[in-house]
Design a protein around this ligand. Structure first.
Ligand code: AP5
Length: 224
């Protein structure tokens, strides 16, 4: 019998560490890692029809419509390379997206394992966001304060230049935080009621947070 594809959600405010943690955990579990933000930024970089429509929305830190995001996510879920499952990072972000994901997982008879809420207070997020540097091609994430590259502004592996995201400014961060807090309680309640909510203290170091996530996931039947 083939194993059911597994779907795990990483949820939390901008800069809480979803991307940093999701990369490591997905590699250990041999499932895909799909960041909705990266997928959308890819559409923009490739100048697709979707990309042209959402460029401004992303730069301003506003949410892309549920319809577009669900379309991009569904495409990833049906891709052959993700048949073992996906670790979602940044999706779902609204109650409507949460319900759509449940439906999509049921349709393909997958296993929606849990939502991991990386909980970080707003006042800690500013330094994380303003200090973030990214290697665009690989998605490797650094931070000039907490996790600096070996050489300033250069990727550790390729030596290529690191970049700053256009939405990583103080003004746009405030907007992103306001949007996050509009629906966070409803989304958390939705997964709590399904007994699928994992709460993680995201103020710990990157390594400690990683250990805590692994330990909690084993309680949901995930083996490392
Ligand atoms: P997206 O790319 O998803 O951005 P985000 O949710 O705002 O999250 P970030 O990527 O900013 O942060 P993260 O939690 O991944 O943190 P990271 O690991 O990098 O979305 C961007 C935009 O796309 C949205 O604004 C919206 O327009 C659109 N969009 C995306 N999804 C959508 C959806 N579902 N619906 C509608 N629109 C959507 O860490 C941050 C920094 O902190 C790094 O520098 C890292 O090194 C550092 N760090 C991480 N953990 C720690 C730690 N424990 N201690 C110290 N430093 C740490």
């Amino acid at each position: 019998m083939t194993e059911q594809p597994k779907y795990i959600i990483f949820y939390g405010p901008p800069g809480c560490g979803k991307g940093s943690q999701a990369r490591k955990i997905s590699a250990l579990l041999n499932i895909g890692h799909q960041s909705s933000g990266s997928l959308l930024r890819g559409e923009i970089a490739n100048e697709t029809e979707i990309g042209l429509n959402i460029k401004e929305t992303l730069e301003e830190g506003k949410l892309v419509s549920n319809e577009i995001v669900n379309k991009v996510i569904k495409r990833a879920m049906l891709a052959e390379k993700f048949k073992t499952g996906i670790l979602f990072d940044g999706y779902p972000r609204t109650l409507l997206q949460s319900k759509s994901l449940t439906e999509m997982v049921n349709e393909i008879e997958g296993n929606l394992v849990s939502l991991i809420w990386i909980d970080v207070p707003d006042n800690v997020l500013k330094k994380r966001i303003l200090g973030r540097r990214t290697h665009r091609k690989s998605g490797r994430i650094y931070n000039i304060y907490f996790n600096p590259p070996k050489v300033e502004m250069k990727d550790d592996i390729t030596g290529e230049p690191l970049t700053l995201r256009k939405d990583d400014t103080k003004e746009v961060l405030n907007r992103r935080l306001n949007i996050y807090h509009k629906e966070d309680n409803e989304i958390l309640d939705y997964y709590r009621q399904m007994n699928k909510l994992i709460h993680i203290d995201g103020t710990l170091s990157i390594d400690e947070t990683h250990k805590a996530i692994k330990s909690e996931l084993t309680k949901f039947g995930i083996e490392f």
